[in-house]
Design a protein around this ligand. Structure first.
Ligand code: TYD
Ligand code: MG
Length: 458
């Protein structure tokens, strides 16, 4: 390709085409092609100094301990602290708290004697100062701020200041003068990320990149970025709640799906000690349509209330909506309810919701969801102090879940007295006292277990 050749690049997945296309043949997105000049960056500028192969047995790991940020929840999502030389992407909607969280991390790191450079292409140094004052931690003078969006200028500043940690707010506003495409375009985002990766790996400086998400919840140019970086963290949930969930979607140095739970306060994001407490806080025990599930998020079990509202449909077609839960899963459970239990759901509107803005996509919450829908349909509350765990198979069998003992222990620790769980999980790997276990083999036994009655009909 000649140096000035242009090509059309899909801004979602990076697919390149010689001519403009309305729909990307790769990812199927409409109207995502933008013209970009190709070839301005030589392959050489991307790679670091040539490295030699070494024996795996001779590679030492002990000289690179993790850096603890002293923020328990953040350390947890990172997989137990920050790894030197790692590249971390933090994504989330505007206003959810990305800049706040990373400024707090900058403060925590400098309190540990580190030297942090916070680069912002979005805010002025004064604005960052105002936020830092609001967060109110002591600044020993080792946080440097730079309001800059040129990649070359940022790399220049890094050479001058020699920070131990670098924060870039945001990847979309940072652009390289070596490329002609606009800031935020996929080739810019990719190039900028590759340069920071190089910096992270050669100087062993952890680099945090803030990324904005588009309306459909993905970081602009996500596919291109997610495989470059070591760790991808997303802010989940809604801005309207006071708490925020940060999830590790990908982590080369820890468990994926690990979550950190924070509360947004007047002094920044504070770690939440007991997430189960938080997600059950507003629960009303005797309300029909409410059930408690225990989801395993990364390595941590979290109790969460799932709610369902079932009512007969006013219009021809039944409405079904799911917030925080998988819509397809609901359809499947409802179909099963009709077929296996003979409950007529066709004419019902069904709304389900995971309380507190948590996103649950684990099949182990099937049983709780099923019970919530059934409970709302019958307008009968579930027995108090009961947790439901279990995955449902298509023929109505209740399938064992992973780490059942961890979930049961969390339920017992949170004061629940009864746990309905798959028979296949009993005996528990590690027995838990002080909680009654009710095993189920098939979904037909559920009604008996929760209502004490028979299964038949509505
Ligand atoms: P911000 O970090 O600017 O969001 P992002 O970088 O993701 O766009 O945070 C935005 C919100 O957080 C803003 O609406 C104000 C609120 N906030 C607090 O409630 N308490 C605080 O201590 C701070 C700094 C911000
Ligand atoms: Mg911001």
């Amino acid at each position: 390709m000649s140096k000035n050749a242009t090509s059309f690049i899909c801004q979602t997945c990076g697919f390149a085409s010689a001519k403009w296309l309305g729909r990307c043949p790769d990812c199927g997105n409409w109207n995502s092609f933008t013209e970009e000049k190709a070839g301005a960056v030589s392959a050489k500028s991307r790679s670091g100094p040539a490295s030699k192969p070494v024996r795996l047995s001779e590679v030492h790991t002990e000289d690179a301990p993790r850096i603890l940020t002293a923020n328990a929840e953040f350390d947890r999502v990172l997989g137990g602290g920050l790894v030197p030389g790692s590249l971390v992407l933090l994504g989330g909607e505007p206003g959810i708290g990305k800049s706040t969280l990373l400024l707090q991390i900058a403060q925590a790191l400098q309190a540990r004697g580190r030297r942090v450079l916070y680069v912002s292409g979005e805010e002025s140094a004064q604005q960052i100062k105002m936020r830092a004052e609001r967060l109110g931690s002591e600044d020993a003078g080792e946080i440097f701020v730079l309001a800059e969006s040129s990649l070359e200028a940022i790399l220049g500043a890094v050479t001058g200041i020699r920070p131990t940690d670098l924060i870039v707010d945001s990847i979309q506003t940072t652009f390289s003068e070596a490329l002609e495409s606009a800031p935020g375009s996929i080739s810019q985002v990719r190039h900028v990320a590759a340069c920071f990766l190089n910096l992270a790996k050669t100087d062993q400086v952890p680099v945090f990149l803030i990324g904005h998400v588009t309306k459909d919840g993905s970081i602009a140019g996500p596919k291109a970025l997610e495989h470059i970086v070591d760790t991808v963290l997303y802010f989940e949930g809604e801005r309207h709640h006071n708490h925020r969930i940060v999830r590790a979607v990908k982590n080369r140095f820890g468990a994926a799906n690990e979550i950190g739970v924070f509360e947004m306060t007047g002094r920044g994001l504070l770690p939440v000690q007991s997430p189960s407490d938080l997600f059950l806080k507003e629960r009303e025990e005797a309300a029909p349509g409410s059930a408690v599930a225990c989801a395993l998020e990364g390595t941590r079990p979290i109790l969460v209330e799932v709610q369902a509202l079932v009512l007969s449909s006013q219009y021809g077609t039944a409405r079904r909506t799911a917030t925080g839960l998988d819509y397809n899963r609901i359809s499947l459970l409802v179909a099963m309810m009709e077929k296996r239990m003979g409950i007529p759901m066709t004419g019902c509107d069904i709304y389900v919701n995971a309380a507190g803005g948590l996103q649950i996509d684990e099949p182990a919450s099937d049983l709780a969801l099923f019970a919530a829908i059934l409970s709302s349909f019958r307008n009968r509350a579930l027995p108090p102090s009961t947790v439901l765990i279990g995955e449902l198979g298509l023929s109505g069998e209740v399938r064992p879940v992973s780490q059942a003992h961890v979930r049961v222990r969390e339920a017992a620790a949170m004061g629940f007295r009864r746990c309905i769980l798959p028979a296949g999980n009993i005996p528990l790997h590690d027995p838990v006292e002080s909680i009654e276990l009710i095993p189920l083999r098939t979904i037909l036994e559920l009604s008996e277990a929760i209502f004490g009655g028979t299964v038949a009909g509505a």
